[in-house]
Design a protein around this ligand. Structure first.
Ligand SMILES: Cc1cc2nc3c(=O)[nH]c(=O)nc-3n(C[C@H](O)[C@H](O)[C@H](O)COP(=O)(O)O)c2cc1C
Length: 208
């Protein structure tokens, strides 16, 4: 399949058929992810491929229960965003994507730069602390496009902040690693249209 075709036709899929995804296909997706570019070639990603149903159900339960607890603390009914975090429940495979953050904070040159410029307390992300996030995002896109090429649907699901700690405890993810995304994968049971995109004139400028 042409890369351009996969980029054009891939959609976020939120309902799946129950057919299992063979391990050989899982490995192809992870291999594609591993070929992504990353800052300093640090390859700050790791993937748990969760096919076990009890484990997948437990993830959904944790997100639901933590969301209910959080909305109870806030004195409000369960907001809709809890439901949107549960889009992976019908997928036969869920990737939990982990990231090792780029340790810019520990870089002595960066420490000196911060001190000299009086930048103490400002977000490290402003100065490139997000380099690992960019690498992991590139790896995820490779994985999703390969899933599409292999005949599967998928969706990139961010980690709901109210459930992040509980999910990391459940999956035994310890610092410095972090859980950054859940990716349900399976044969699509829907055929959604492409959500509208901004026209390219609105998102770029030509500097000639
Ligand atoms: C970083 C990121 C986080 C996302 N989180 C969610 C999510 O939590 N739940 C969901 O249903 N879709 C999520 N999506 C999917 C987007 O809603 C989707 O990509 C967008 O609407 C465009 O649709 P398309 O992927 O079909 O082109 C996420 C996408 C990205 C890149």
């Amino acid at each position: 399949m042409e890369v351009r075709h996969a980029i054009q036709e891939r959609r976020s899929i939120r309902r799946f058929k129950s057919d299992a995804v063979p391990v050989a296909d899982i490995e192809k997706m992870v291999y594609a992810a591993s070929l992504a570019p990353s800052g300093g070639n640090m390859q700050p990603w790791q993937f748990l491929a969760i096919t076990n149903k009890e484990c997948r159900d437990a993830l959904a339960r944790i997100i639901h229960d933590e969301g209910v607890k959080f909305s109870h603390d806030m004195g409000q009914a369960m907001p809709h965003f809890i439901v949107t975090s549960l889009v992976f429940t019908t997928a036969p495979l869920v990737f939990a994507v982990m990231m090792t953050p780029f340790p810019l904070e520990e870089d002595s040159w960066f420490q000196a730069f911060r001190k000299r410029k009086n930048l103490e307390g400002r977000s490290i992300d402003r100065y490139g602390g997000f380099v690992s996030v960019m690498g992991v995002a590139a790896a995820i896109e490779n994985l999703l496009l390969t899933a599409y090429d292999l005949g599967y649907g998928s969706c990139w699901v961010r980690i709901p902040y109210y459930a992040k700690d509980a999910l990391e405890r459940f999956l035994n993810i310890e610092a410095p690693r972090e859980l950054v995304a859940l990716l349900p994968v399976g044969i699509a049971d829907t055929n959604p249209r492409m959500p509208p995109r901004k026209p390219i004139q609105d998102i770029f400028a030509l500097v000639e």
